[in-house]
Write a protein that binds this ligand. Structure first.
Ligand code: ADP
Ligand code: MN
Ligand code: MN
Ligand code: MN
Length: 334
């Protein structure tokens, strides 16, 4: 009987932010990946005497690392006792909110920044001391300026082969730091596809013996932090300007709620320097990279489009970010 390999992927209970876990099940060709389980006592998701957690497949795509008929199977974690959502399962709440505000036709695009590490140092940094100061590295070409491009290229191709709405990459401001963008797609698609893209990045970097850090401020001092700018629109925002201003105002009224839920270490990153607005301030503006919310210049010119929330950390939970943005913006206008 012929089979395929199903790589079951889920978010664990690591504090303060979840890590990805995965394991393989061999499934008969033609069959959907079934409900499965794992030992939650090894992932900070259950006590040893009640260790079973349930893996409920929610999003399946091609596995570009294995090719052929093999699949990646993103799962929600459920409780064994009643199949309710596990406390670490933030996707379940987004599902509810996505349904509640479906008529707003929300679209998201996330810019995932990350830093490659070679042991204890960012990739490409000298063994002793520091590289030259920031300036030449953003969108750089050339040895000594752009480190890790082979991995970035492999990852981009893998995301495209998996069928994700992957739209671009660039080298970032700090050497060893890069970004990829996914979107614009609906809230559940956004968070699921970002999670798969993060999985593929870690998995592919593994082949190069390089690790991926989503830390908000991986190197202290005069080095950029690492974010996950989240671009957002409703149908109304894509058709007119006032709904974009209304959305900015609504985000301003809930600023601290968002800061508290946009990823651990956010105060170290949102300092008011390095293209950020300080965590305890809120402002929005056209083309302003020192604002909490930026309205891109072409959106102001066209008088319609989307906004960019610049506050989420690289280590944010995309299910939480998408849920909060919908609750705050759609909740204020409907
Ligand atoms: P930046 O100039 O901030 O670096 P990027 O090009 O890196 O911008 O990312 C722009 C993001 O905006 C992409 O993820 C894209 O999918 C998203 N985007 C574009 N149009 C919309 C829209 N109407 N609604 C939501 N997101 C959008
Ligand atoms: Mn970008
Ligand atoms: Mn960036
Ligand atoms: Mn951006």
């Amino acid at each position: 009987m012929s089979t395929y390999k199903a790589e079951y992927i889920w978010l664990d209970g690591t504090e303060p932010s979840a890590s990805l876990r995965s394991k393989t099940k061999i499934v008969a060709l033609g069959q959907e990946p079934p409900v499965w389980g794992f030992d939650g006592s090894s992932t900070n998701q259950a006590p040893g005497d009640k260790s079973d957690c349930v893996l409920q497949p929610v999003f399946v795509c091609k596995d570009p690392t294995r090719g052929d008929d093999n699949k990646l199977v993103l799962c929600e974690v459920l409780l064994a006792k009643d199949f309710g959502p596990h406390p670490t399962n933030t996707r379940a709440a987004l599902t509810t909110v996505a349904k509640r505000f479906a008529s707003a036709e929300c679209l998201f695009g996330m810019e995932q920044e990350y830093t490659f590490f070679d042991g204890a140092k960012p990739l490409g940094w000298p063994k002793d001391g520091f590289p030259g100061p920031q300036g030449p590295y953003y969108c750089a070409i050339g040895a000594g300026l752009a480190s890790g491009r082979e991995i970035v290229e492999d990852h981009m191709q893998a995301c495209l082969d998996a069928g994700l709405a992957f739209v671009g990459i660039n080298a970032e401001v700090m050497p060893g730091q890069w970004e990829f963008q996914v979107g614009a797609i609906g809230p559940l698609e956004m968070a699921d596809q970002l999670t798969i893209a993060r999985y593929l990045l870690n998995r592919i970097a593994e082949d190069y013996d390089v690790t991926v850090s989503l830390a908000a401020k991986p190197v202290k001092g005069d080095w950029n932090g690492t974010g996950c700018h989240t671009n957002f629109s409703t149908k109304a925002m894509r058709e007119g300007y006032q709904p974009i201003i209304d959305a900015c105002e609504a985000l301003g009224r809930k600023a601290s709620l968002h800061i508290e839920n946009y990823g651990p270490g956010i105060k170290d990153r949102l300092t008011g320097h390095h293209e950020t607005c300080a965590w305890n301030q809120f402002k929005y503006g056209v083309s302003d990279r020192g604002a909490s919310i930026r309205i891109p210049w072409h959106v102001a010119k066209d008088q319609k489009g989307y906004l960019e929330d610049r506050r989420p950390n690289a280590n944010c939970d995309p299910y939480v970010v998408c849920r909060l943005m919908m609750e705050t913006i759609c909740g204020a206008t409907t």
